[in-house]
Design a protein around this ligand. Structure first.
Ligand SMILES: [Zn+2]
Length: 124
C-alpha cells in the first residue's frame, strides 16, 4: 500500500482521544482524519478502508449496490512518537478537564401565541 501523499501526522500533535495505544506493544489505532473511523496503523500508515456510502446508494438493492469508494484518509502516514505512558497521562488529564466542565443551564421560554389561521378569522 502506498501513502496518500499528505504530510506525516505526528501522534504527539493529535488530541489523545483520537489515538489508542496498547501497553502490550500491539498496533496503534488512530481515528481516520477524513471519515473518523478507527483504523489500525501498520507500517506507519492508516490501513486502507472504504469511505462512507455514496449518496443515493440506498436506492439500489443490496446485491447491486456499488461499494463505497476508498477513503482518502487511507494510507495517511502517522508517526507514533509518544509512549503508552505519555499518551495515557495526556488522556487522563483531558478526561479530568472535560469532567470539570459544567453543563449550560437551559432556560425554558414561553411559547409565543399562535396567530389564528385565515379560516378561523373568516369564521368569526
Ligand atoms: Zn477514512
Amino acid at each position: 500500500m502506498r501513502h496518500n501523499g499528505r504530510p506525516v501526522i505526528l501522534a504527539s500533535r493529535l488530541t489523545p482521544n483520537l489515538l489508542s495505544l496498547s501497553d502490550q506493544g500491539g498496533c496503534a489505532l488512530v481515528a481516520c482524519p477524513d471519515c473518523g473511523c478507527w483504523r489500525s496503523v501498520k507500517r506507519g500508515m492508516v490501513t486502507a478502508h472504504r469511505g462512507p456510502d455514496v449518496p443515493g446508494a440506498d436506492a439500489w438493492p443490496a446485491e447491486f449496490r456499488p461499494s463505497p469508494p476508498r477513503c482518502p484518509g487511507s494510507g495517511q502516514r502517522v508517526r507514533i512518537d509518544v509512549t503508552f505512558e505519555q499518551w495515557r497521562k495526556e488522556l487522563a488529564e483531558a478526561c479530568f478537564e472535560a469532567g470539570k466542565r459544567r453543563p449550560t443551564r437551559v432556560l425554558p421560554r414561553p411559547k409565543p401565541p399562535v396567530a389564528p389561521s385565515v379560516m378561523q378569522l373568516a369564521a368569526r
